[in-house]
Design a protein around this ligand. Structure first.
Ligand code: 5GP
Length: 193
């Protein structure tokens, strides 16, 4: 998506060869107009999939997921980071290793919000090693709902997550795919990458 790529070129900050900061418009200050265009693009891509729920993970995916949900006309659920594993069986729970912090956290979704009849679209800001998406996929599988696919804002295509998740047969639609960040310069994948 050209609009997002242009914005990354303009305002993205390459922290090192692995980490891109987009605090100017996505992860801290949020450009809701841009989110709207992103939501429209995912809505176009998943138009035929009858999405009934959008699922994201606390915290940085929540803003884009909410704006996307307006386009789909469905609710958003965010998987919550929980310190206690709920043992009462009222939640689906899984473990996710954070790319940015390195720690492992338990994330949960209440069973009342994900049902076998749901058709779920995952939304997240970044796809790196794929741990966050794998956790969300696990939660959807536990619920028996149908996974429609994943909408990602920025996929770092030089890291293994995209390939790993697609190899599972999950449809991943990333609006910007970064090929490399060598020398502090963001290079995007061509359409055929
Ligand atoms: P993964 O689980 O795919 O390794 O990483 C995805 C998660 O880590 C995203 O939810 C995002 O919050 C965070 N993340 C991964 N790479 C980056 C990055 O380059 N920049 C920022 N800001 N967050 C990232």
């Amino acid at each position: 998506m050209k609009l997002l790529e242009d914005r990354i070129r303009r305002d993205g900050v390459v922290v090192d060869e692995d980490v891109l900061k987009v605090d100017q418009f996505l992860n801290h200050q949020m450009d809701v107009g841009l989110f709207e265009e992103m939501g429209k693009e995912w809505a176009r891509l998943f138009a035929k999939d009858n999405v009934t729920k959008i699922l994201t993970i606390e915290a940085s995916g929540i803003g884009i997921a909410c704006v996307a949900a307006e386009q789909f006309g469905c609710p958003v659920i965010f998987a919550k980071k929980s310190r206690t594993k709920n043992i009462n069986g009222e939640v689906y729970s899984t473990q996710v290793r954070s790319f940015t912090h390195g720690n492992v956290s338990t994330v949960i979704v209440s069973k009342q919000f994900l049902k076998p009849e749901d058709r779920v679209l995952l939304i997240d800001d970044f796809l790196a090693n794929g741990a966050a998406l794998e956790g969300l996929i696990d939660l959807v599988q536990q619920s028996g709902a149908t996974l429609v696919g994943a909408g990602i804002a920025v996929e770092k295509a030089f890291q293994p997550g995209g390939q790993r998740i697609r190899a599972k047969g999950v449809r991943v639609e990333s609006l910007a795919r970064v090929k490399s960040m060598r020398g502090g310069k963001v290079e995007f994948c061509g359409a055929d990458f």
